[in-house]
Design a protein around this ligand. Structure first.
Ligand SMILES: [Zn+2]
Ligand SMILES: [Zn+2]
Length: 143
């Protein structure tokens, strides 16, 4: 994706930290700020955790990235915006996967909208991922 263009369109300056955060997010979707900081810090030693937080918040506000917050987890970020996709979260290892809304949630066309014009639905599906299903029974194993 051309983030330089995306930032420009929103009158945001292109900083090396912003670009590095976006690149890290593209490679590691659904990452938390701490993980992103570690990745970005490898490239840009002068950056701080606070700078990462500030940039993440700012880019969420501008709709460049999306923030999701499954219960029990810190905020997770991703660059996939505007497609109203949903998330499947593993109860055991907290792994997060994307899913399109149509296949799993046909109930998402609300019959009663109370006069609202609805443009987004936020759904989190909870379950057990394949690797956790395999390791079920061994409580000491993380994955
Ligand atoms: Zn799992
Ligand atoms: Zn996602």
């Amino acid at each position: 994706m051309d983030y330089e263009q995306i930032l420009k369109e929103r009158n945001l300056s292109l900083t090396s930290v912003r670009l590095a955060v976006l690149e890290a997010l593209e490679q590691h979707p659904h990452s938390e700020a701490g993980v992103l900081f570690k990745i970005v810090h490898k490239k840009i030693k002068t950056t701080s955790k606070q700078a990462i937080y500030n940039n993440l918040n700012m880019m969420v506000e501008h709709g460049i990235i999306r923030e999701i917050k499954p219960k029990g987890q810190p905020s997770l970020y991703e660059t996939k915006v505007g497609d109203n996709h949903h998330h499947i979260v593993c109860r055991s290892c907290q792994k997060v996967m994307d899913t399109d809304c149509h296949s799993l949630a046909p109930c998402l066309s609300p019959k009663i909208s109370h006069g609202f014009v609805i443009d987004e639905a936020e759904v989190t599906f909870w379950g057990t991922c394949p690797s956790c299903q395999k390791s079920k029974g061994d409580k000491n194993e993380q994955h």
